[in-house]
Design a protein around this ligand. Structure first.
Ligand code: PDD
Length: 286
């Protein structure tokens, strides 16, 4: 791994260390972003930084850096492998306090960290066969719109999916499917692309918005509407989306086939658009 940005400096990973009194460590008191970058060009930086600001505001913190400062940090992190596709991870915590006390410190100095790592190339089997998912009760809190580093429920759900041989756990609250443990959810029902509406119970994914735009461009009808668990199970297609997974077809749900059991035609159309969008991004014209 290349250098890590920590509190104003770029340091080798072994020197990127934080106090045990950091509230991120003690309480998960922080927020984060994951930004995909294609050949050194981050995708939708303004949208990611806006979501970061929304997360910070929701937890009573202010933006520690300007957008220009973030851009400079990203450029330096990405410059270590300029041709590669990479994922930037950034995290802001409420910093180090003198003692462990739940209450916010009076004048906190945030801990600010960012790093980049190579993005995994999609296994060709995923486009051919799709992936498996399991359905689980959503055991997370009621502010899933905040991209909080307090991810224990998501960690447990993702692990459960993995142990069930699945790529993702799709989460249900009050009979409605909301999103995956680390992704947003789309279904195709009666030929229409449907994704649950934004609100406090799911993360407003940047990829989700992009997929809605690409659907419009491709002439695929879409709507933001509740997805009852029965609709999920009877859908013609199910997809999960995220910055690192792009648009991933789910073809098995709790062991039952979705549609034909192969990635569907609508997925293929949107994935073609998505891959074209990435090529534009690499050229710097997305
Ligand atoms: N996760 N919903 C949840 C709960 C997520 O954790 C993520 C992303 C998404 C998709 O958001 P976006 O399209 O902006 O990546 C939806 C990231 C990738 C992560 O935690 O690593």
């Amino acid at each position: 791994m290349g250098e890590i940005y920590l509190n104003g400096q770029f340091v080798p990973p072994e020197q990127a260390v934080v106090s045990v009194l950091d509230r991120g460590f003690l309480f998960g008191d922080g927020v984060y972003e994951v930004i995909p970058a294609y050949a050194g060009k981050p995708l939708r930086t303004p949208e990611h930084l806006q979501r970061l600001e929304n997360s910070l505001r929701a937890i009573g913190m202010q933006a520690p850096l300007s957008d220009v400062q973030w851009d400079e940090i990203f450029a330096r992190l990405l410059s270590a492998s300029p041709e590669a596709d990479q994922a930037i991870y950034l995290q802001v915590t409420r910093g180090v306090a003198p003692t462990r006390d739940h209450r916010f410190p009076k004048a906190p100095t945030p801990t600010v960290m960012a790093m980049a790592k190579p993005m995994k190339v999609r296994d060709p089997a995923i486009a051919r066969e799709g992936v498996a998912a399991v359905v689980r009760e959503d055991i997370r809190w009621l502010r899933c719109d905040i991209k909080s580093t307090a991810l224990l429920a998501a960690v447990m759900l993702r692990q459960e999916a993995d142990e069930a041989g699945a790529e993702e756990a799709i989460l249900i609250r009050d009979g409605l499917a909301l999103e995956g443990s680390t992704s947003n959810l789309f279904i195709v029902l009666d030929g229409v692309l449907v994704t649950p509406p934004k609100g406090q119970l799911l993360l407003p994914g940047i990829t989700r918005d992009l997929v809605l735009e690409l659907a419009e461009r491709a002439g695929l009808a879409s709507r933001e509407a509740d997805v009852p668990v029965a609709a999920l199970r009877n859908a013609e297609e199910v997809w999960i989306t995220s910055s690192t997974r792009e648009v991933m077809p789910v073809t098995r749900l709790d062991g039952q086939l979705i549609g034909s059991g192969k990635p569907g035609a609508a997925w293929q159309r949107i994935d073609d658009q998505y891959q074209a969008f990435k090529r534009e991004a690499r050229r710097g014209s997305a």
